[in-house]
Design a protein around this ligand. Structure first.
Ligand code: NAD
Ligand code: UFG
Length: 338
């Protein structure tokens, strides 16, 4: 298929472009490089041995999208572009609504105009809020998102549902990601956060590489097996392959479908720390800190639907994720900055 990938220079987008190219799809990437660097796409090209058509386009720029869609005829759009920092979204809520919600509406308008009515959207497990059902199925009621970032995912899902309800030519797959970590096995592409990492794994790898003295573990008094928060960590390459599988639903004219992309396993913060130490033969000093505001105790998926409908399930385990995250960080101590 001919696929438009928005946000394709980012962490999940770049890994997905690898899997798309490796399975014979033809990819055009747009990205405004607000949270990524073009070098990531050069690395992708080195992995796949295929060139990438890249355009520096902001999804809020209707005219630029219109021009691009005049030039190419796409079978599907995979839409990653968006801002994703939970803390920043509380500081700058309007930027998040403008970029994520406004940008998505503009993108949908442009696709609609050019009769490209197939889209796969990067949603998030955060739409479940404090989940009412564990493991979380797609039917689990959506919860109150505690921050503007999460709200943008919830709102975009609702906009897309309305769009599909009003025009059944649209095929829309909402993918709710759990916690992507890891990196491509080459160690040449990976997660490259700006400043102090918010998320657990990039923080651990920065401690391992000597950039930070110790990990702060946010809370050890949750009702979990060791008191620390439990999440469903998924290898980014598995997640990327989930998008290739989701194209099948689009081909089958699915209407609107929702899938969790997770492994179905929950691991605590200390499980991740100890696994990372074991597989990489390193010590990660940590201190217990108070709970982080807005965190839920436990969040992991029931991943059966994606397996049943798409034939997709995660192949990599936590050891693989810890090994590959470290392989990326040790080969690129400063991320994409050389
Ligand atoms: P990322 O920041 O690495 O990638 C997002 C990309 O979108 C970046 O390259 C950025 O430059 C680009 N972008 C942002 N705004 C844009 C705009 N207006 N126009 C064009 N490009 C724009 O993030 P990621 O981790 O790869 O996440 C990809 C998607 O998955 C995001 O929508 C994110 O919200 C979602 N998601 C991520 C996680 C996670 O833990 N990483 C979890 C659930 C959902
Ligand atoms: N944690 C620490 N120390 C840190 C960072 C995190 O102890 O320095 C803990 C958190 O308290 C939590 C767990 O590690 O218990 C995971 O935290 P992350 O920040 O890595 O991930 P979250 O589950 O909080 O959120 C992530 C993304 C969201 C996304 C969600 C579900 O940041 O955008 O996964 O997909 F919505």
């Amino acid at each position: 298929m001919k696929i438009l990938v928005t946000g394709g220079a980012g962490y999940i987008g770049s890994h997905t472009v690898v899997e798309l190219q490796n399975t014979g799809h033809n990819v055009v990437v747009i990205d405004n490089l607000s949270n990524s660097k073009e070098i990531a796409l050069q690395r992708v090209s080195q992995i796949t041995n295929k060139p990438i058509d890249f355009y520096n386009i902001d999804i809020r720029d209707f005219n630029a999208l219109d021009k691009l869609l005049d030039k190419y005829s796409f079978d599907c759009c995979i839409h990653f572009a968006g801002l994703k920092a939970v803390g920043e979204s509380v500081q700058k809520p309007l930027d998040y609504y403008d970029n994520n919600v406004g940008g998505t509406v503009t993108l949908l308008r442009a696709l609609n105009k050019h009769n490209c009515k197939n889209i796969i959207f990067s949603s998030s497990a955060c739409v479940y809020g404090n989940p009412k059902i564990i493991p979380i199925t797609e039917e689990c009621p959506k919860g109150l998102c505690t921050n503007p970032y999460g709200q943008t995912k919830h709102i975009i899902e609702e906009i897309m549902k309305d769009l599909q309800k009003c025009d059944s030519d649209w095929n829309i797959v909402l993918l709710r990601y759990f916690n992507p970590i890891g990196a491509h096995k080459s160690g040449t592409i990976g997660e490259d956060p700006n400043g102090i990492p918010n998320n657990l794994m990039p923080f651990i790898t920065q401690v391992a590489v000597g950039k930070r003295p110790e990990l702060n573990v946010f809370g050890d008094d949750y009702d979990t097996h060791d008191g620390t928060g439990v999440r469903d960590y998924i290898h980014v390459v598995d997640l990327a392959r989930g998008h290739v599988s989701a194209l099948k639903a689009i081909e089958n004219k699915c209407g609107l479908e929702i899938f969790n992309l997770g492994t179905g396993n929950g691991y605590s913060v200390l499980d991740v720390v100890h696994t990372f130490e074991k597989v990489n033969n390193l010590k990660i000093p940590y201190v217990i800190k108070p709970r982080r505001a807005g965190d839920v105790p436990t969040c992991y998926s029931n991943a059966d639907k994606a397996k049943k409908v798409l034939g997709w399930s995660a192949q990599f385990n936590l050891e693989d994720m810890c090994r590959d995250s470290w392989n990326w960080q040790k080969n690129n101590p400063n991320g994409y900055d050389e």
